[in-house]
Design a protein around this ligand. Structure first.
Ligand SMILES: C[S@@+](CC[C@H](N)C(=O)[O-])C[C@H]1O[C@@H](n2cnc3c(N)ncnc32)[C@H](O)[C@@H]1O
Length: 256
């Protein structure tokens, strides 16, 4: 799959207004996130995800984590207080460069985190069966569904048996007027987005229904542990947080 356009868009956003492109709070548009506020959100969120894993009784091993679509390292840094090694993967060179800088400047566990630009439609830079947690928050929503499915396969491949993937995907827009507008094709919405935000590059939005995500996870060989309502994508999106495990060999032999 050709990711040139996606990469160019994110690389550009990573140069002009990275923190807003990551957490698109309208009041922070135009580089108005403070670094402290921005990174504090990562600490809170990661605590929530790890508490959820504890509650579900999965993902107890905390050695290696991959933050897929790591942006400025908001979640990568927070993960590094719990995991011995965290790799942040991002398609945009500008985001990777920012993440490296911020990690050096503000992460007390900086030596545990590393960042790699990955512009492939696979995670070939990560070995199979080597990762305890893949976290991917507000990332898959920005790419087409064929690419989402390709990465979901890769998430399961890189997980160790009993490892967990935690990721968000908006399923569909609600029935509000905005919801109907957001169902318009991306090329049409992009005209508005360019005008509204004043940047040449735009963040496209691609929903994938819960049924389709669950089918893609099953096809990848993963098991869904839970699906929770998620608000990260904001209205009008009905969005879910998925927790997926990779079955161990003993689980596979139980299956017909
Ligand atoms: C909305 S930001 C979220 C960043 C981070 N997950 C967070 O929550 O702080 C989406 C990130 O995904 C990255 N991204 C988009 N498509 C990607 C791809 N195919 N592979 C890796 N990263 C990608 C973008 O460059 C951007 O940094």
């Amino acid at each position: 799959m050709d990711l040139t356009h996606l990469q160019r868009n994110w690389d550009d956003l990573g140069r002009v207004d990275p923190m807003w492109a990551i957490l698109a709070d309208p009041t922070r548009h135009g580089n108005r996130w403070t670094r402290d506020d921005f990174f504090a959100t990562g600490v809170q969120e990661v605590r929530r995800y790890l508490d959820l894993l504890d509650e579900l009784g999965v993902g107890a091993r905390r050695e290696v984590a991959v933050d897929f679509g790591s942006g400025a390292g908001r979640l990568t840094q927070a993960l590094s207080s719990a995991y011995a090694k965290v790799v942040g993967l991002d398609i945009a060179e500008s985001m990777t460069a920012l993440a490296v800088r911020e990690n050096l400047e503000r992460n007390p566990h900086r030596e545990r985190a590393s960042f790699v630009t990955n512009s492939a439609d696979h995670l070939g830079v990560i070995d199979s069966d080597s990762v305890d947690l893949v976290l991917s928050i507000v990332v898959l929503q920005h790419m087409n569904n064929a690419l989402k499915s390709a990465y979901l396969r890769e998430f399961v491949r890189v997980l160790r048996p009993h490892g967990v993937a935690v990721f968000t995907v908006p399923s569909h827009a609600d029935r509000s007027l905005t919801g109907w507008v957001r169902r318009l094709p991306n090329p049409v919405q992009n005209i508005y987005r360019r005008h509204r935000y004043g940047y040449r590059s735009v963040m496209e939005f691609h929903a994938m229904s819960r049924t389709e995500v669950e089918a893609a996870v099953a096809a990848a060989g993963g098991d869904i542990v839970t699906v929770r309502d998620d608000t990260m994508a904001g209205p009008p999106w009905i969005s879910y947080l998925y927790v997926v495990t990779k079955p161990g060999p003993e689980d596979r032999s139980d299956r017909k």
